[in-house]
Design a protein around this ligand. Structure first.
Ligand SMILES: [Mg+2]
Length: 274
């Protein structure tokens, strides 16, 4: 089975899972090779519905902003208490949350490699998710500090004498997309030895100095720890479809009220859980 075909089937599986309440509807996916790229990528690239969902998420975040700032007892991080004296911060993911790489998803030759995304980013002007830039500017104007926690990893690169060549590319992507930030606010995987792909470690570091008022991402791992099929420190358990749904339900008070999620049917930790 080709990688592309496997991804088609995963998208179909996801659509069935997410549509359990859609009585009377029939989930379909094309098996026609002429329909490449696969449905998820095609949807992101062409569907106005994708744009509407992104605008909806950022509109909801905008509407939540003032209350989140003014309520000193509020934190979007479960377990963060006694943060009332700390300045407010928002933690964003980057890919498919603030910056789109859907065009890359449509064009790269499988299998995926971080270096391929890196090279593509290096040669392409980044575009923002619909609504992201307006929200970022609103939050910045309100005095909120913004952190960008991404699982783009620091990896050595031939001919580049820097421990994390990807940091500059990632920072440049944000700036190209219209988001003003700096290297101190962009946190890549492996940038420090303890920063594995499990993002809770980096979220907790931000929480040492800031009251985290919102999380914005496209992957369950942007919100909930231990959401991956291959656990990374400090997680030890393998996430499953059932465990991820249970964790999502158990945190239901946060969705749309501190946690804002963007749709991503193209890739993510959901694709490898069973
Ligand atoms: Mg992402």
């Amino acid at each position: 089975m080709s990688f592309r075909r496997l991804r088609e089937l995963l998208v179909l599986a996801a659509s069935l899972v997410t549509c359990v309440s859609c009585a009377g509807t029939v989930a379909t996916v094309s098996t026609d090779e002429e329909d490449e790229p696969h449905g998820g990528v095609q949807w992101v690239l062409t569907a106005a519905e994708f744009e509407a969902l992104s605008l909806q998420a950022y509109r909801a975040a905008s509407d939540f902003l003032e209350a989140a700032i003014s309520d000193n007892d509020w934190s979007a991080l479960p377990g963060q208490t006694d943060a009332s004296e700390l300045p407010p911060a928002i933690i964003f993911d980057i890919d498919e949350t603030t910056v789109s790489n859907a065009e890359f998803q449509a064009s790269y030759e499988p299998p995926f490699a971080n270096s391929k995304l890196d090279d593509w980013s290096n040669t392409t002007i980044a575009t923002a998710l619909p609504g992201a830039v307006d929200f970022v500017r609103l939050a910045q104007a309100a005095g909120v500090e913004l952190f960008f926690v991404t699982n783009r990893p620091c990896e050595p690169k031939a001919g580049v004498d820097h421990p994390c060549p990807q940091e500059q590319v990632t920072l440049q992507d944000l700036i190209e997309a219209g988001i003003e930030t700096d290297a101190d606010h962009v946190m890549l995987a492996n940038e420090r030895p303890e920063w594995d792909r499990e993002k809770v470690v980096r979220r907790n570091l931000v929480a040492e100095t800031h009251r985290v008022i919102m999380l914005i991402g496209d992957d369950l791992g942007d919100f909930i720890q231990c959401a991956r099929s291959s656990p990374r420190t400090p997680c030890t358990n393998t996430a499953t479809i059932a465990s991820r749904r249970e964790a999502t339900w158990n945190h239901r008070s946060y969705w749309g009220a501190g946690w804002f999620i963007l749709p991503n049917p193209m890739h993510g930790s959901w694709t490898t859980v069973k």
